[in-house]
Design a protein around this ligand. Structure first.
Ligand code: ADP
Length: 183
């Protein structure tokens, strides 16, 4: 499914984010930036060892050795990936008693889009942040992701945004959400 917003496009696809030829891809990282499972592991495997070295450098030079906070984003090169850049953002862990987690997921998308624009990227691909090990419902995460991207594209000329869903089920949930947002 593909839709136009302002002069931008927002596209939903099923696929593997490591194969995307967008200028930037987004990694659902953990705060350590040292790699992990899920999409994070796949991106590090496909990008090669240099990505881990770049992440360590970011931690030392931009974060004074500390972890990257939830909702924040940093950028590295893409090394062996087709994408030029990897934007690493830390999704919130789902907690039904804490509504603030939803705001933090908004921040992940907004901060990643802003970072892409400051690096003149005109295309960016996102995975479904926080819906794996971090346990957000896909429905809630889809609403947050697609509303935040839509709001951003209404106000900015970025180019193409692609949501890369890893299963047909996730794709169907995102498609239903996008149709609702567009009404
Ligand atoms: P989080 O810790 O933010 O929940 P996960 O990596 O556990 O991150 O999962 C986030 C989403 O990424 C899940 O929907 C998972 O199925 C999906 N995913 C895993 N590998 C890939 C991949 N190679 N490309 C795109 N999406 C992926």
């Amino acid at each position: 499914m593909k839709t136009e917003i302002n002069r931008n496009t927002l596209e939903l696809i099923t696929g593997d984010i490591t194969e995307q030829e967008t200028d930037a891809i987004v990694n659902a990282a953990n705060g350590s930036l040292l790699g992990g499972g899920g999409v994070d592991g796949a991106i590090h495997r496909a990008a090669g060892k240099e990505l881990l070295e770049a992440c360590k450098e970011v931690r030392q030079e931009q974060l004074a050795g500390e972890k990257l906070s939830t909702g924040e984003a940093v950028i590295t090169n893409g090394y062996n990936l087709p994408a030029n850049y990897v934007i690493h953002t830390v999704g919130p862990v789902w907690n039904e008693r804490d509504q603030h987690q939803e705001d933090l997921l908004v921040n992940c998308y907004r901060n990643s889009l802003e970072l892409a624009m400051t690096h003149n990227a005109t295309s960016i691909a996102f995975p479904s942040i926080s819906t794996g090990v971090y346990r957000f419902s896909v429905e809630l995460a889809a609403n947050i992701a697609l509303q935040t991207i839509t709001d951003f594209l209404t106000d900015h000329d970025l180019g193409n945004v692609v949501m890369v869903l890893f299963s047909e089920n996730d794709y169907a949930t995102y498609e239903t959400s996008l149709r609702k947002i567009q009404r």
